[in-house]
Design a protein around this ligand. Structure first.
Ligand SMILES: [Zn+2]
Length: 323
């Protein structure tokens, strides 16, 4: 088990105490780019979190970035009332989530970077940095989200990814980047590396939207973590596609680069909001099948050891000098 600590919304926690990690999910989100699909009810999200805990998840990485309705006080309340350890995010999504005129398009790279570093080292801004004079929340972010478009990184996305790479270099925090249908993987990693991030701090989300195991093995060989999250997303493909993919990537020698999440980023996916499959699906429906394919040891590496290594802050307490 790796050494060090992760930063949860209720404070630092030794990585050895993380248990089973849902490496990419959402508990409170309201994206301007997804009208009607947001969910921001702390009481209902607490019900969903309790259901996840009952299924066997002990830590969840809440990957809602700046501008999509982050609510650090709400996450603290959910954690307290469900027992779920929650790692919150700073960083920025792809262009599709920000309306024209949003400050994230015009801000200099240094300002984008400094706001991420502040979220990580001093406390999260309580209202997505709309009013920078508001006092910071006591909860710190423990990871950084990024985003790119389909087969393309726009000019504005490029600047935000530069800021994200620099913030990772300054703090040691992990970066998880949204790929649109698994595309632009190498370009995203190139950009983050050029900005100072090291590949052991980088993970790519949704690569399994394009279940091309040879591409994934290439990306993993660079030291990048593969985050699979189309589990239960039957509209894209059956779970057997993800099981086959994990088996092939593991056989190619990259079992230690795989982490799993559900990425339930729309209210229609949550049981507590009268949708599905819900947070329990990972442990109740998918993991038993994964165990039959790979055995208990491999499953423990994917669910416990790999995310612990990814989200550990290399500096004790995650402290780093801002800026
Ligand atoms: Zn997400």
């Amino acid at each position: 088990m790796p050494e060090g600590q992760v930063i949860t919304v209720t404070g630092p926690r030794p990585v050895s105490a993380l248990g089973v990690v849902d490496a990419h999910d959402h508990l409170l989100i309201d994206s301007p780019g997804m009208p009607g699909q947001g969910f921001a009810d702390v009481a209902l999200s607490t019900v969903e979190a309790r259901d996840g805990v009952a299924s066997g998840i002990t830590t969840l990485v809440e990957m809602t970035p700046i501008g999509l309705g982050r609510n650090p006080a709400g996450l603290r309340a959910i954690s307290k009332h469900s027992g779920l350890a929650i790692i919150a995010a700073s960083g920025f999504h792809r262009d599709a989530h920000y309306p024209a005129g949003s400050w994230v398009y015009d801000a200099p790279v240094e300002l984008l970077r400094d706001r991420i570093v502040t979220d990580l080292t001093r406390g999260m801004h309580p209202a997505d940095w709309h009013d920078p004079s508001l006092p910071l929340d006591e909860a710190r972010a423990g990871a950084i989200k990024g985003g790119a478009s389909y087969h393309h990184i726009s000019h504005a996305e490029r600047r935000r990814l530069e800021a994200i790479g620099a913030a990772s270099a300054a703090t040691g925090a992990a970066v998880l980047v949204h790929t649109e249908i698994g595309t632009a993987a190498h370009e995203i990693v190139d950009l983050l590396e050029a900005a100072g991030a090291t590949t052991d701090r980088i993970a790519l989300a949704h690569l399994d939207r394009n279940p091309d195991w040879e591409l994934h093995a290439e990306v993993a060989a660079r030291g990048v973590t593969l985050e699979y999250d189309t589990i239960g997303r039957t509209k894209y493909h059956p779970d057997s596609v993800v099981l086959d993919l994990i088996e092939r990537v593991a056989a190619a020698g990259h079992l230690d680069r795989i982490v799993l999440g559900l990425d339930l980023g729309a209210r229609s996916y949550l049981r507590a909001y009268d949708g599905g499959p819900g947070m329990r699906y990972l442990m109740t429906a998918f993991v038993p099948r994964l165990r039959r394919r790979l055995g208990d040891d491999a499953v423990a590496r994917i669910l416990i050891a790999n995310p612990a290594r990814l989200y550990a802050m290399p500096v004790a307490g995650g402290a780093a000098s801002p800026g």
